[in-house]
Structures are given as structure tokens and as C-alpha cells.
Design a protein around this ligand. Structure first.
Ligand code: BES
Ligand code: ZN
Length: 456
């Protein structure tokens, strides 16, 4: 259904500028773009990447702290209000010893796997089959001193362990319901787990069959060396409030992640995005705007988007109502990567991709979109906030390697992304565009297409 305002905008657009793309043909948009484009100094971005990528910035380490300190200092120097948001994360070291044997089964090699966040222990006990290990399966059972045999399915691994442990079981052997191994996680640490191992379907069914036939089986489970470490990582948030009397209430977020994986200096992943966030913050620091801008660098992205989830979870209902878009820049400067693309989690266009595509068309050429998660736009998308990941795809061969270094960074690529994201953000934030109205009824900007482009 076409809204009336949308029709009239489309008509005005075509009357004034012909049938070519609205955004590409509006001369005032070019003037506004220039306010951003002319101010971007790609050397600033390049130098920040150089500095940040002197060493890996693994979340929770001193190197991350140093990066966080630097980023906050930069934001402050541009006149921003800043906040460093700490959040907890867990580092799990898997066990060094994992043993499983069953008396009477000779030297069957069960090749047991373990679960992330699983606990240590050394247990010998009678094996009891409890099916899927749901609440109804353990109801009225006394498994004290016993080891529970459980089949995969219906409940999470952690639920099965809690149910068995709740009935007194001292360990759990979980078997697969398909072929292959189980590479499972319990989701988070807990003191209420009992030691648990995972085995293949065939061996598990064999054990269940023997128990069903009335055999008594004694099992030994030994797990040692597993360790959970609590760590703190941080997000850095810089805020620019809209001009007084011009406040539309809307909020736009521009993000990147400042952490990297172990062993990788992360020049492109994602010092490039972080440095571009900083430069756009500098460029916009004195621009008149009607929209609150939040420039955020997230920590612990590489550990599972932990920083962006922590930030997203901390948003109030009021903020959720007011955030109209999140632009994520991750891996935006590699000489050896492909063209720019915008990825949304649901594979649909949204206001962020519309604005990005329109800015691209005005500045350097059409930018297409595709479907991908794998970065900090995901938690926002899950909250219903229009968001997109700006990245060059396919990614470079140096992704997550020690070769992700400054010498592979292209100033042209950085410049292009800074211009496009900067112009897109400014189009929504500048004074003349009618705020939320604009966001909701943005003229169909340009023809840009869905692409199934290989990433790696
Ligand atoms: N920058 C990458 C995301 C990425 C890489 C997207 C290659 C597309 C192609 C990001 O930092 C990353 O490595 N993400 C993780 C996922 C995350 C949930 C831990 C990944 O893709 O393995
Ligand atoms: Zn990344």
C-alpha cells in the first residue's frame, strides 16, 4: 500500500528531476554531501589504523584497554560526550583431559567431546538412560550417585544437564541424534552443572539398548583442566545531541568494533571501521543536526558480538523507539577485498541501505545489498532497528591472520566508505530533511539490487 505522502514525494521527485533516481539528481543533496566529503581526511583514518594495528586488540586484554583509552581520548578531543561501557565476558579454556569408559565394553573408544562451559569432575557410577532428559523424564527419579545417559533433541544441552543433576545424577553422557560429532555449548557458566560428555549416535544407542535389555553398566567420566575466566571488555560511546529547538527525537548509530582476534593485528578487521567511525565523528562534530548521533566502537565482537549485545540490551524503550538506523562498518579498507556491499540480517532493504545506496549513487556508483550477519549490526536487527553492515566482499585472504596489516590498507577504499556512510548519515541527520517522516517515507532512492556474493 502506498502512503499518500510517498506518492506525492515520488511525483515531486520525478517532476523536478525526471525519471532518474531521485537521490542521484537532487543538486542540493550534492551540496550537503560536499559538506561531509570535503572535510574527510583519509590520512587521519589511515594513521589511526596504523596506530591501532601495532598489535592485536583481543577483548579483555591490556591491548584492548589501550585502544579504548585512545578512542575515547579522540572522541573527547572532537568535543563529544563519551561513555565507556564495561561488560563481562567469559573466556573458556577447554579441558586438557577427557575420558570415558564403560565396564564390560572392553576398549571401546567413545571419542568423547565436551561442551563449552562444561565443568571438571571424576565420576564413576551406574548408567541410567533418561531419554531426552526433559523434566518429565526425570520426574520421581533418584539418580543419586548415577550417571545419566541422554539423547540429543528437544531440550538444550544445559537443560538436560540441569534436569539430570536436579535428580541427583553426578555426570551426564549425551549422545547425538544424527551422524557426526557434537560441537556444543552450554551457553554460559554455571555452578550447577555436572561433568558432561558427548558421544556419537551409534555408540549411544548401543548403550541405551543394552540398558533397555536389563544390563547393568558402570561408566567412568573424567574431565580435567577446564577453566572459565571472567573478563571485562568495553564499548566506547560518543554522543552528539541535535541542535536545540531542532530536535526530531531520532537517533542514528554509527558503529564498528575495535577488538581483533588473537594473533591478528586487525588493520582491516576492524581498525578500519573504528578509524572511519572516528573520522566521521570528527567531520560531523560541528555540523548542525536535528538527529542525535551516537558513534560507538564495540568490544568483544570477535567473541560473539558480546559488546553490541551488551549495548543493545542496555537500551531503554524510549531509545529503542527513537533509533532509526545503525550503520556498521567492519572491514572497510582492504586493498585485496572486493567491492563495497551492504548486508542486512534479514536480506531485505531498509532505511540504512536506502540511504547508503543513494549516497553511493551520488558519490561513486551503485552499492548493492545482500544478506549476512556476522557483525555488530545483528543485535540491532534483532531489536527491529534498521541496520546494515558495510563491508567489501569477497573479503581479503588476510582475514583473521597475522597478515591483516596496514600495508594491505587502501586509502581509496577507506575514502569511498567514509564518504558514503558519512553522506548517508548526514542525509538523515541534517536540518532540512523532515526527520522520522523522512526515514519512513524516504523516496525510493536508486535501483540497487540483492546480490548473493561470495564472502570468503
Ligand atoms: N569482520 C568479521 C565479519 C565478517 C567476516 C563478515 C567475513 C563477513 C565476512 C567479524 O569480525 C567476524 O569475524 N565475525 C565472526 C562472527 C562473530 C559472531 C564471532 C565470524 O564471522 O566468524
Ligand atoms: Zn570484524
Amino acid at each position: 500500500m502506498l502512503r499518500k505522502s510517498m506518492v506525492s514525494l515520488a511525483v515531486t521527485g520525478s517532476l523536478l528531476f525526471g525519471m532518474t533516481a531521485y537521490a542521484a539528481a537532487n543538486p542540493s543533496d550534492h551540496a550537503f554531501d560536499n559538506k561531509i566529503v570535503k572535510r574527510i581526511k583519509v590520512d587521519n583514518i589511515y594513521k589511526t589504523i596504523e596506530l591501532l594495528s601495532e598489535e592485536p586488540r583481543v577483548a579483555g586484554t591490556v591491548a584492548e584497554d589501550k585502544a579504548v583509552e585512545y578512542i575515547e581520548k579522540q572522541f573527547k578531543s572532537f568535543g563529544y560526550d563519551t561513555r565507556v561501557q564495561p561488560f563481562e565476558m567469559f573466556q573458556y579454556n577447554p579441558p586438557t583431559t577427557v575420558e570415558l569408559s564403560v565396564d564390560g565394553l572392553g576398549d571401546t573408544d567413545f571419542a568423547p567431546d565436551t561442551f563449552t562451559y562444561g565443568v571438571n569432575g571424576d565420576v564413576t557410577g551406574q548408567l541410567v538412560y533418561i531419554g531426552l532428559g526433559g523434566p518429565e523424564d526425570v520426574e520421581g527419579l533418584d539418580l543419586s550417585g548415577k550417571i545419566a545417559l541422554v539423547k540429543r533433541g528437544s531440550y538444550t544441552f544445559a537443560e538436560k544437564i540441569f534436569n539430570a543433576a536436579g535428580a541427583g545424577a553426578e555426570a551426564v553422557i549425551l549422545f547425538n541424534n544424527t551422524s557426526g560429532g557434537i560441537n556444543g555449548t552450554l551457553g554460559e557458566p554455571s555452578d550447577d552443572y555436572v561433568p558432561a560428555v558427548a558421544i556419537g549416535r551409534d555408540l549411544g544407542e548401543q548403550l541405551a539398548d543394552r540398558l533397555a535389555a536389563g544390563e547393568e553398566l558402570t561408566a567412568h567420566v573424567k574431565i580435567a583442566g577446564a577453566k572459565v575466566e571472567r573478563q571485562t571488555s568495553h564499548n566506547v560511546i560518543a554522543t552528539k545531541k541535535p541542535n536545540r529547538n531542532k530536535d526530531t527525537g531520532q537517533i542514528v548509530i554509527v558503529g564498528a568494533h575495535h577488538d581483533s582476534v588473537e594473533g591478528a593485528p586487525g588493520a582491516n578487521d576492524d581498525a578500519s571501521g573504528t578509524a572511519t567511525v572516528l573520522e566521521l565523528a570528527r567531520v560531523m562534530s560541528n555540523m548542525p543536526i536535528d538527529t542525535e548521533l551516537r558513534f560507538i566502537t564495540f568490544g568483544a565482537e570477535e567473541n560473539g558480538l558480546i559488546g553490541s549485545y551488551a549495548y543493545a540490551e542496555s537500551l531503554t524503550e524510549d531509545e529503542l523507539d527513537r533509533i532509526v538506523g545503525q550503520f556498521q562498518m567492519d572491514m572497510v579498507g582492504s586493498r585485496d577485498a572486493g567491492e563495497l556491499i551492504m548486508y542486512t540480517v534479514d536480506g531485505e532493504k531498509n532505511i540504512v541501505t536506502d540511504l547508503g545506496a543513494a549516497a553511493g549513487a551520488r558519490l561513486s556508483g551503485v552499492v548493492n545489498y545482500g544478506q549476512e550477519g556476522r557483525s555488530d549490526h545483528v543485535p540491532f536487527a534483532e531489536l527491529g532497528i534498521p541496520s546494515a553492515l558495510f563491508i567489501h566482499a569477497p573479503v581479503e585472504p588476510w582475514y583473521h591472520t597475522p597478515e591483516d596489516t596496514i600495508d594491505k590498507i587502501s586509502r581509496e577504499k577507506l575514502q569511498q566508505v567514509a564518504e558514503i556512510v558519512g553522506a548517508a548519515v548526514y542525509q538523515i541527520a541534517r536540518l532540512d530533511t523532515p526527520a522520522l517522516e523522512h526515514a519512513r517515507v524516504a523516496p525510493k532512492p536508486v535501483d540497487y539490487e540483492f546480490e548473493e556474493r561470495e564472502l570468503e
